[in-house]
Design a protein around this ligand. Structure first.
Ligand SMILES: NC(=O)c1ccc[n+]([C@@H]2O[C@H](COP(=O)([O-])OP(=O)(O)OC[C@H]3O[C@@H](n4cnc5c(N)ncnc54)[C@H](OP(=O)(O)O)[C@@H]3O)[C@@H](O)[C@H]2O)c1
Length: 304
């Protein structure tokens, strides 16, 4: 018997419930996976809160969770591609907050040798989004990339991937995360009033900002981008809104193959996720509360 975290009405993290479920055997093209680590993302609590209820209402009961890693325990009939015992990364829209899952093999990526399941569970959203954004920006060795919200899941992955692509990085975070950004190799700057001037002071050392990834989408971050980046086509945002749209800042486009590419960077030692908080799966509501603060360093991971 598998265990799932589910909700039957929209609301805060306290609407989450824990319960058993009987999974069907895997059908054609499907595998059964024992999940060992599940990544937590801001999308999860937004989903539970009903962020999509007008555009794409959920069917209840619904299970949050867009990323996980685990081990294949059963494969569907006449299936080739994955075998029992394979370590896999699962990436999907919802449904990851479970101890076991029956999923389409198309949603799976092999865990590269040398990458732990805990790290692998963080690859799809933070790693895949950061990779997509930096490819969209065509970041290379001549770039100085400004990353807003550089201490979060997407931001901390982007700091590392941008450097792997040869760029220099200026990252914004609170005072508490300045040393953390320095450890990641970025030039840290605190956000808040005077942000653009502080970034400009750093550019005297590293050169002018040539590309921006905004992973917070605040009025302030958008204004700083507008002030610091003459070529607005080299800015991308993960949280599009009125300010960014008026400024002509493009929304992130998630690339096919991003999970495999980000996993490869992890295997090469170029991308490591800082797991700042770990929770048992059955404490998913506490994990969502922690994510909802908006001040997670790196990633939160659930353990089934
Ligand atoms: N469109 C997509 O496909 C897509 C994909 C992934 C993520 N997203 C969205 O992108 C956003 C970031 O995702 P995430 O997973 O990185 O979130 P996260 O891990 O929760 O990010 C938290 C980080 O944001 C920083 N932060 C908070 N307020 C800030 C501010 N005013 N200026 C700069 N940094 C600030 C915090 O730093 P301090 O603690 O130092 O304040 C913290 O490290 C979320 O809104 C998420 O929903 C969109």
């Amino acid at each position: 018997m598998s265990t799932r975290i589910y909700f039957t009405e929209y609301g805060g993290p306290n609407v989450l419930q824990v319960g058993p479920e009987e999974l069907p055997p895997p059908g054609s093209g499907q595998v059964r996976v024992e999940l060992r680590a599940v990544g937590v993302n801001p999308f999860d609590w937004n989903l539970v809160a009903g962020v999509l209820k007008d555009v794409a209402p959920l069917e209840f009961p619904s299970v949050p969770g867009s990323e996980a890693a685990g081990v294949v325990t059963e494969v569907g009939p006449a299936f080739e591609g994955f075998a029992v015992g394979d370590e896999v990364i699962w990436s999907g829209f919802t449904g990851g907050y479970r101890t076991e899952a029956v999923v389409s093999a198309e949603q799976l990526t092999p865990v590269p040798v040398g990458v732990s399941l805990e790290q692998a569970a963080c690859v799809p959203v933070a790693g895949g989004t950061a990779y997509s954004a930096l490819k969209q920006l065509k970041v290379g060795p001549d770039d100085v990339v400004l990353i807003h919200a550089a201490a979060g899941g997407v931001g901390s992955a982007a700091v590392q991937i941008a450097q792997a692509f040869g760029a220099s990085v200026i990252g914004t975070a609170s005072e508490d995360n300045q040393d953390y950004l320095r450890e990641l190799g970025a030039f840290p700057v605190t956000y808040g009033p005077g942000l653009a001037e502080r970034v400009r002071a750093v550019t005297e050392e590293v050169g002018p900002v040539t590309a921006v990834l905004d992973a917070v989408g605040k009025e302030e971050s958008v204004a700083a981008t507008v002030e610091l980046l003459p070529d607005r086509s080299r800015a991308v945002i993960t949280v599009s809104g009125l300010h960014s749209q008026e400024a002509g800042i493009a929304k992130i486009r998630l690339l096919d193959g991003r999970v495999r590419e980000a996993a490869t960077l992890a295997a090469e030692g170029l991308l490591t996720f800082t797991i700042s908080q770990r929770f048992p799966l059955i404490e998913a509501a506490e994990a969502l509360e922690a994510s909802r603060t908006g001040h997670v360093r790196g990633k939160i991971v659930l353990f089934p």
